[in-house]
Design a protein around this ligand. Structure first.
Ligand code: CMP
Length: 225
């Protein structure tokens, strides 16, 4: 298990060495390939997960089968913690979008750490608060922004977390299909394709397989406003 990622994960970075090593003894490692499920919406669950490598999508399915993605999370980020504070079935499904490894921790083990380390509680509250403000923003975007604006915003958010500068531009290897990108912005695949084609035609970005290269960050930012 890559303990460096875990040590630097915001949740654990403030723990002293003794508490951290006691905690790592309780962890289980989970290896997933693209498309493999961690859990499904509605399942019972008593574990949370820290992403060590790869990416996880969190999504919900409507009664008619359509999917909506709540978030794409990457290394150092945590999911599956909600039932720790609000005992309820899993509020979303978690699926790997690339080869992914996770460290799983039982809620009861984290609960013990929370009682002894207030920093861990602060980290979890911070993560929940950030998630709430992102969700509020997505809700406002669904009401007030058009699809190209939402696509631009989603790409910039992915670029912030997964972007890597290259000689050609900012490479964002998001690992998502266009269908998944559409589920993330709450629009049809056709409308999202059209928005992407328009950005390509304007030379703002280039499309690669499950990745984009952003060529004009400033214009994309303006479009996202
Ligand atoms: P849990 O309900 O145990 O299982 C699904 C997980 O998805 C949940 O915990 C959170 O970790 C995560 N999750 C739920 N809603 C959101 C959201 N809006 N943004 C990011 N992550 C979420």
């Amino acid at each position: 298990m890559d303990l460096d990622v875990l040590r630097n994960a915001p949740l654990f970075t403030h723990l002293d060495d003794e508490v951290f090593s006691a905690l790592t003894a309780e962890l289980t490692e989970v290896e997933l390939s693209r498309g493999a499920s961690v859990f499904h919406e509605g399942d019972d669950g008593d574990q949370l997960y820290v992403i060590l490598t790869g990416k996880i999508k969190l999504g919900r399915t409507a009664p008619d089968g359509r999917e909506n993605l709540l978030a794409i999370l990457g290394p150092g980020e945590v999911f599956g913690e909600m039932a720790l504070f609000n005992p309820a079935p899993r509020s979303a499904s978690a699926t790997a979008v690339s080869a992914t490894s996770l460290a799983g921790l039982r809620h009861e083990n984290l609960r013990k750490v929370i009682y002894s380390s207030p920093e861990v509680s602060m980290q979890l509250l911070g993560a929940l608060a950030r998630r709430l403000s992102r969700t509020n923003e997505s809700l406002a975007d669904l009401v007030f922004s058009d699809v190209p604006g939402r696509v631009a915003k989603a790409l910039l958010d992915l670029a912030d977390r997964f972007g890597r500068p290259t000689a050609d531009g900012l490479l964002v290897a998001h690992d998502l299909t266009q269908e998944e990108l559409a589920q993330l912005v709450g629009a049809s695949r056709e409308t999202v394709n059209k928005a992407l084609a328009e950005f390509v035609q304007r030379d703002w970005l280039r499309l690669e397989n499950r990745a984009v290269i952003i060529l004009d960050l400033q214009r994309l930012r303006q479009r996202a406003r």
